[in-house]
Design a protein around this ligand. Structure first.
Ligand code: NI
Length: 387
């Protein structure tokens, strides 16, 4: 079964929505215009219920099938937020908001789910209820968690949830997926190393935190090379090294390190935290300094459920003829919170040979829209078939 014909017809309209969203990107929970646009369209499509303000600026649309003997509720989710990046694409519909850009294709995700909602509200060719879920703050604000905490899953008795992300470097409209852990947990740390500042020519009268912090940075790499089982995945990156001195001749009082640890499983996540804390505090102590560690819990690892992943792949094969095994991703994805709450699956749709997401030259490929919309719609029609 190829891409649904209806989406070929709707392509110019959905593309226009996508480009309008692209021109008006919004950050984190400040997706007011986007949410209002989404809600207005869902009402115009004839959704049975449209609720705004779930998880602050999240929007939910309810579409009832022709029948409801299954009693089943399937949630389809898209993210709406953009990134604090200055767009460099030079596109005629480039961002009109300085310093803000849809550099992760969430404009495309939102437009594709709107397209699927329009089709599903038109045809209602399923037995059960579809929830279209539009979430804010995927990029670091845990908008997915906010919606779950706001009662999203219980209020509408959601049985399963499905999500999608575009993926540069894969053929446009092709699909890939994997079962089990897929995207990483994204914890962060800040280590403040307190020494004793003084004259650069009198190091013996100081406790130099730059030397201590340098040892800490190198020792942290032993978590990956010496503590973790080599067949497991863990990333330890120190991304910021800042001293409290700006002078050539002053040994600083303090150095602050920042970074992130990425893991896919709970044991590795616990290992990373435990070893980081021990290495930082005991290395500092060994040199007569003191380390204060702020461990910032991030998104959990995103884990696809086995049965729903197989089903999602089957739908992808029906839509585009194939579905490849996706590699592990050490980036984070806050659909993880929805998948912690309900079984479901997250799939990647190819974006073609474009710049990578989060790059100033990135753009979502509108050619992926028919495949993406078809996948959403087919998930509903095949999972809740009319008897
Ligand atoms: Ni994204």
């Amino acid at each position: 079964m190829p891409v649904k014909n209806r989406f070929a017809e709707l392509l110019p309209e959905i593309t226009a929505w996508r480009r309008d969203l692209h021109e008006h990107p919004e950050l984190l929970f400040d997706t007011h215009r986007t949410a209002a646009t989404v809600a207005e369209k869902l009402r115009a499509f004839g959704c049975d219920e449209v609720v705004e303000g779930i998880g602050r600026t999240g929007v939910v649309g309810v579409i009832k099938g022709r029948t409801d003997t299954s009693g089943k509720v399937i949630g389809l989710r898209a993210d709406m937020d953009a990134l604090p990046i200055t767009e460099a694409t030079g596109l005629p519909y480039a961002s009109k908001t300085p310093g803000v850009m849809h550099a992760c294709g969430h404009d495309g995700h939102t437009a594709m789910l709107l397209g699927a909602a329009k089709y599903l509200a038109e045809t209602r060719n399923f037995d059960g209820t579809t929830l279209v879920i539009f979430q804010p703050a995927e990029e670091g604000g845990a908008g997915g968690r906010e919606m779950v905490d706001d009662g999203l899953m219980d209020r509408w008795k959601v049985d399963e949830v499905y999500g999608m992300h575009n993926w540069p470097g894969r053929p446009v409209g092709s699909f890939s997926i994997r079962s089990g852990p897929f995207f990483a947990a994204t914890d962060q740390f800040e280590i403040s190393i307190e020494g004793k500042g003084g004259h650069a020519a009198k190091p013996h009268e100081t406790v130099d935190p730059t030397v201590v912090a340098s040892h800490v940075v190198l020792a942290l790499q032993s978590i990956v090379s010496r503590n973790a089982d080599p067949v497991e995945q863990i990333v330890v990156s120190v991304t910021s090294f800042e001293t409290s001195s700006t002078a050539f001749n002053v040994i600083p009082q303090r150095v602050t390190l920042k970074g992130t640890i990425r893991t896919l499983t709970k044991p590795m996540r616990e290992l990373g935290e435990k070893r980081l804390k021990a290495i930082a505090s005991l290395t500092a102590e060994a040199y007569g300094a003191e380390a204060r560690i702020n461990w910032i819990v991030g998104y959990p690892s995103m884990v696809n459920s086995e049965e729903q992943t197989e089903f999602a792949a089957e739908v992808a094969r029906a839509v585009s003829g194939d579905c490849e095994d996706a590699p592990l991703v050490m980036g984070g994805e806050d659909f993880a919170y929805m998948l912690e709450s309900r079984p479901g699956a997250y799939i990647l749709v190819g974006n073609g040979d474009t710049a990578m997401v989060h790059n100033a030259e990135y753009n979502f490929s509108d050619e992926a829209i028919p495949a993406g919309c078809s996948w959403y719609a087919e998930v509903v029609e095949r999972r809740m078939p009319v008897a």
